[in-house]
Design a protein around this ligand. Sequence first.
Ligand code: AHR
Length: 322
Amino acid sequence: MKKVVSLVLALMLVFSLAACNGKDKAKKDDGKITVGVVQTNANESDWRTANTKSMNEAFAEAGFETKMVFGEGDHAKQIAQAQQLIQEEVDYLVILGLQSAGWEDVAKAAKDAGIPLIMADRKLDLTEDLYTAMVCSDFEAEGVKAVDWLKTQDMDEVNIVVLGGDTGSSAQLGRSKAIEDGAAANGWNIVFNQNMKGWDETLAKQAVADLIASGKEFNVIYAENDNMARGACDAMDAAGITYGKTGDVKVIAFDANKWALEKVLAGEFNLDIECNPLHGPRLVSLIQSLEKGEKIEKNVYVEEEMFDAETITQAIVDARSY
Ligand code: AHR
């Protein structure tokens, strides 16, 4: 009888130990690392599509289980989604924030749950003790590249239309700060400065069409992504306004999607500043290092190029992977 009691007690101990560390148990059970990804919007832009694809493909190849959710323009929804993933005890939490502010509670909850939080694409307003790593773009630096290029264009008067991205995203904040500071420093005029909800191409086209109809003069389009630059060009086409390499209006875009670089090559866009979406492999490498207990570089800004209609080649365009 004593032996039976001892066996039952031993089994109870084993199961209770296993249950108290559910996360590790979950990982050990199927051996898979589960990565929770809080993405912005499924169809936000061609850039976002490439970004989502990069993560899904890289995570699958690495044998990770991916739990990706989409905020669809709603910051509060993203916060709730992140908290839910923490409750589900994902092994890693990757956040691409619609807004850069308002993530402290999520970060603290992840820390308390022992879940490493990784910022991808867009830096969030978090102190270094509240996140494990950052793999982001330096959006202000991207904008400064555009400002430095515009300074070389030797224009008598510079009247700029700014088509901003989602208000409050670090991408919009950084790129808008760069052009606003650049205009102030160089005596340029910003004649229109509005952020388009969801980085929307149609909204950008309508905004530029309305501006043209109002008679406002401009000679630079500063569009904070390729899709909105294309919308602006469609509006100028409809009004018979010339643009690009030989036109009256210079077009500056961000992202450098392959289709957009074809427009740079064709002289329709004057300049396209790369914002690299291929975070999948970077995140896999980071997570694998963390799994091995290796020291990692906490803050990494991805390397990004700039493409000028005066120098781009077909070979450059052909070599682009997204
Ligand atoms: O965070 C990167 C930005 O988000 C890209 O420039 C834009 O196209 C995307 O939607």
